[in-house]
Design a protein around this ligand. Sequence first.
Ligand SMILES: C[S@@+](CC[C@H](N)C(=O)[O-])C[C@H]1O[C@@H](n2cnc3c(N)ncnc32)[C@H](O)[C@@H]1O
Length: 280
Amino acid sequence: MPSRIKASSDASPGTVNVLAALLEARTGQRIAANRTWRIDTALKPIVAERSLGSIDELVRQVLEGTSPALADQIVDALLNQETSFFRDAGAIEGAVEAIATLDVRTPRVWCAGCASGQEPLSLAMAFADRAGIEPDIVATDVSSAAIARARAGRFSQFEIQRGLPIRRMLRWFEQDGNDWVASSDLVQRVTWRRHNLVADPAPGRPFDAVFCRNVLFYLAPSLRARVLDTIADCLRPGGLLLLGAGETVIGQSDRFAPSKRFRGMYEMTRREANPVYMAR
Ligand SMILES: C[S@@+](CC[C@H](N)C(=O)[O-])C[C@H]1O[C@@H](n2cnc3c(N)ncnc32)[C@H](O)[C@@H]1O
């Protein structure tokens, strides 16, 4: 159970604690004490949709268990799915460069916690500019709604303007009303799957690189270590890990170390990179 958190939400403290426990049990994500305001923003649309009076009433319905899909919908809404095209662009381009030097024609890349798809689509666009490399990109997220959005490849004007260079926008997207829709060629360069990092085995192996950016931040430390274990188990020797700008393996896992070859990336430690050890 998560520690009790003080509410800065319209919901009662008891409701906030039920919601925090539900989110943590399903995804490992914790609601930081200074972010409980997000509960209101996330859940008020569901309260309105169901013509309820308050978030407390919504949570009572969850506890009554009359609508199993409601708990899923609430967890989805509570997840922080903040993302953008070419988020931290230097890191994306640097990672693509690093993967290219691995000298594998079809590098296998896992993009874990891909939200509505901007990150793996950015990768696919960046790789498309490099002749001779056709990556096999698997993008996953615990949120089925996020994966459905990513598969649809439909983005608002606001989303398309965040980080996507105009040259790439014109090459890969078409305007449809107020939205922009990715070409099926681009969307199909990625395999989309629902996957829970804290509960499911890796979606295949071996991978040459794993992107797990801005996902570990709100996980409990023991779960961070478990997720890093899952990633280490599915990376091939010499494979690379990219975390978010505010995240690190230091103090979380001794299976990875900062890469000496590629700035900002992690590699498995020498013992881990031993193929005999990997074959266990
Ligand atoms: C802040 S977004 C980051 C998106 C993208 N990686 C980026 O950096 O722009 C975090 C994503 O991780 C997903 N997530 C959270 N917990 C997860 C879990 N246990 N398993 C898989 N995905 C998870 C959320 O649904 C959300 O889409």
